[in-house]
Design a protein around this ligand. Structure first.
Ligand code: RFL
Ligand code: PHB
Length: 390
């Protein structure tokens, strides 16, 4: 079988790329290891930058996001028993939208299916061949048979555990990594929002985040040991921890509700360069990971896709290779900005085991600064809404 662009992975990166290429008359096939039900129900990100929204709207998949997503013009930073607001719109002219990643996935899969471009779900043993030639291919198994997908380009959108990154020779790759000694315990619960806006809280017991999913479903996280087990946490223990970390001296409290999902995720910063070799290009988590504190992961995946779509389109319509040649370099500017921002937010907000009282006071001093200086608040806000890099 033959297509123009072979895409591995049906996450936000792979699905959006496939659909944007389709709208430009470029054929692609998406190969996905999991089932449609699995990808449509995995709970992950929630915060979409304006640029992400714009691209989803341009792709024609923004209607439900615009109707059901919640526009947020600011967020709160809680520390030392008080809460201070970062006025995103006032400081940058931009806002963010809270709309769950698995809803974005549902919208994208529906659009691909309607355009006769349904991903091939449940594939296994994916391997990449001939990327140093003009006719690479992807070999995979599907329903007991082995297939070879011939293409012009292979795009690795297969996330942090995928196979694509390893297809770039080790000698050409440099990996940069930082593993954090803590994780996030995430819950979904029934109930009304505790606050109109997201709350990022620094507390000596550890970080906590109050987010939302809809008027009746709430998403919250708190810093935990990444090796801890959800079985050690009863609902009562979770609520006691969230109250201790987030409730403020002026009486504002987190609103309890019935918890229906619990999970623990580890935290890591990671960048693999180069993001391209021959006819293979990486996009999204396949090439880089950020800790979730800055809400950047899915937005970065979408930003890679924006750059790659333009480059592939220049190749097919004008026979230009220059944008493809410059893909990794272009994408990495935004990636490193987001890596720094996510690392900075993480370091400022979390309890760091072994930190001295002096270092703890520095965290508080920094929070005081970003919530009282317009210049510092603007720097934080423009990174959060994603306009700090073109
Ligand atoms: P994905 O979503 O991981 O998709 C990769 C897909 O590839 C498939 N796959 C394979 N398919 C075929 N063959 C193989 N060998 C394959 N190996 C893997 C996988 O099954 C999967 O379907 O990568 P993509 O598209 O790059 O998207 C990245 C985002 O999913 C990720 O960055 C975000 O979820 C990160 N993230 C957040 N990002 C934000 O922008 N805003 C947020 O608020 C936010 N919050 C979060 C987050 C991630 C979290 N976790 C769980 C790590 C909150 C959390 C808790
Ligand atoms: C979420 O709602 O899942 C969420 C929000 C903000 C973050 C991370 C996750 O920084």
């Amino acid at each position: 079988m033959r297509t123009q662009v072979g895409i591995i992975g049906a996450g936000p990166a792979g699905l959006l790329l496939s659909h944007l290429l389709h709208l430009r008359g470029i054929d692609s096939v998406v190969l996905e290891a999991r089932s449609r039900e699995q990808i449509e129900s995995t709970i992950r990100a929630g915060v979409l930058e304006q640029g992400t929204m714009d691209l989803l709207i341009e792709a024609g998949v923004g209607a439900r996001m615009q109707a059901e997503g919640a526009l947020h013009h600011g967020f709160e930073l809680a520390f030392e028993g008080k809460r201070r607001r970062i006025d995103l719109t006032g400081l940058t002219g931009h806002s963010i939208t809270v709309y769950a990643q698995h809803e974005v996935i549902k919208d994208l899969v529906a659009a691909r299916v309607a355009a006769d471009g349904a991903p091939r779900f449940g594939v296994s043993n994916v391997s990449i061949h001939g990327i140093e030639t003009d006719s690479p291919s992807i070999r995979y198994q599907h329903e007991g048979e082995t297939h070879d997908l011939q293409c012009d380009f292979v795009i690795g959108c297969d996330g942090s555990q995928g196979v694509s990154r390893a297809a770039i020779p080790q000698a050409l790759r440099q990996d940069f990594e930082r593993v954090y000694p803590f994780g996030w315990f995430g819950i979904l619960c029934e109930g009304v929002p505790s606050s109109e806006e997201l709350i990022y809280a620094r507390h000596e017991r550890g970080f906590a985040l109050v987010s939302t999913r809809s008027p009746n479903v709430q998403r919250m996280y708190f810093q935990c040991d990444p090796k801890d087990s959800v079985d050690n946490w009863s609902d009562d223990r979770i609520w006691a921890e969230l109250h201790a970390r987030v409730d403020s001296h002026d009486g504002r409290q987190v609103v309890d509700g019935k918890i229906f999902q619990k999970n623990i995720v580890g935290m890591r910063s990671f960048v693999s360069t180069t993001m391209q070799h021959g006819r293979l290009f990486l996009a999204g988590d396949a090439a880089h990971i950020v800790p979730p504190t800055g809400a950047k992961g899915m937005n970065l995946a979408v930003a890679d896709v924006r750059v790659l779509t333009r480059a592939l389109s220049a190749f097919y319509t004008e026979n230009r290779m220059d944008l493809l040649d410059g893909y990794s370099e272009t994408a990495l500017k935004r990636i490193w900005r987001a890596e720094h921002f996510s690392y900075w937010m993480t370091s400022m907000m979390h309890r760091i085991e072994g930190a001295t009282p002096f270092e703890q006071q520095l965290q508080v001093a920094e929070l005081e600064y970003v919530t009282t200086s317009r210049a510092a608040a603007t720097a934080m806000a423009e990174n959060y809404v994603g306009v700090a890099v073109a």
